[in-house]
Design a protein. Sequence first.
Length: 439
Amino acid sequence: MTSLVTRWLQATTLAIASALAWPSFAADLCPAYTHTLAFFNGVWNTPDAAMTGARALSATLDEALVAGPGHAGIEVGAEVFYNASGLQRSTSGGIEDLVEVFQQRTAELDAALRQRWELFWEVVDGRQDWWRKIASVLPRAYAVATALTEARNARLIAQIASLGARPPTEVDYAAHLLRLRALLALGRSVLMVGHSQGNFFLNMAHRAVAGTAPTATAAVHIAPASSEASGPHLLSGNDTVIAALRGLIPGTPPPPNIWLVPSTADVTGHMLVETYLDSARSGRATAGRLMAAGLLGLRRAEPQASPGFFTATLAWDGEGDIDLHVMEPGGAHVHYGARIGASGMLDLDDTSGWGPEHYHATCDSDRLQPGLYSVGINNYDAPAGRKATVQIATADRGVVRTVRVDSGPRRGPAGDAAPLSLLGVNVAHTSDGWTATVH
């Protein structure tokens, strides 16, 4: 108990000191974004291809904002919320991506089934006349039976397909949610845009923060493979990929609401840049209007953390206290007991559970130290077996590395001197400017 009281006093004192400390934000190394366009890519996308899609979406949004009123003071940065492709990972080729779609649709149908069961029993237990109850129960019973069949079929397909590959879906979910929470902590409003399979990941992230930041996030779905929607969608009537999913995977995607003239540039009618964002067809302007409407309706959350030339963010999967530690090149050891370093600061410290904890390296080139920053964790007071996720993001690229590890046994303050080292960030200053690479 004494150590906990001591720690609380340390944290309180350092929080006051942090508020009075040197300003961490300077525009020379960090762009002054107010909003983030978070792109959730579809199947068979390498990181470079996904970044191309994010840039095309950003350009499309810019066109729509310039064409409409009310965009003054808005600065939007685009980031890829990448889901690992089997092509990029060199595992089972494209099979892994399809397996993941089957599994995600199964989970989606299971959730819909639970909701239909709840509606069914609400009718059964409701205080209604018997003839009205029968009239209400029969359609509900049919809907439940249909959902059961679809969920069973999807599960069978997913189980058979999983023999060929095991995609890192849960790791990607954790990475996306951690980055989203970090952006909200920075006071950013986030427009989430998904294409194809990416809409499954978008829905998962949106559900996770919908209760805590409902006015700071919005969603737009393009060519959704999912049957759920967290916002408006855009789907061409001649998108052959989504049309094929209707016959292949149980559950129904949202209905088509636009017709894009076929082109030899994309015979499938499904690709993001070549079809939906093609400047020669109407999809681009429509997508721009949907994104602009979602973005302009957002209200920024109150900032709790500061941006940085690079940031390190920690979260974990339950109650307890796990600490983020950063060893700076000049020898400063930044953690809950010494939150202000020579080049950065721990501006979020969570002692009860889940996180996030957040470190930012200064955006001021006069204060930023070149060299190796070692990022690690210490299980101060959490049950053994907690999974911890640590994520590094840079000001110009967004997320560059995410790791998920077992946090190990409780170590208390004894573990502060030797935290579990996970990642190294090498900051260098050359004639071309400042760079940050992660290893």
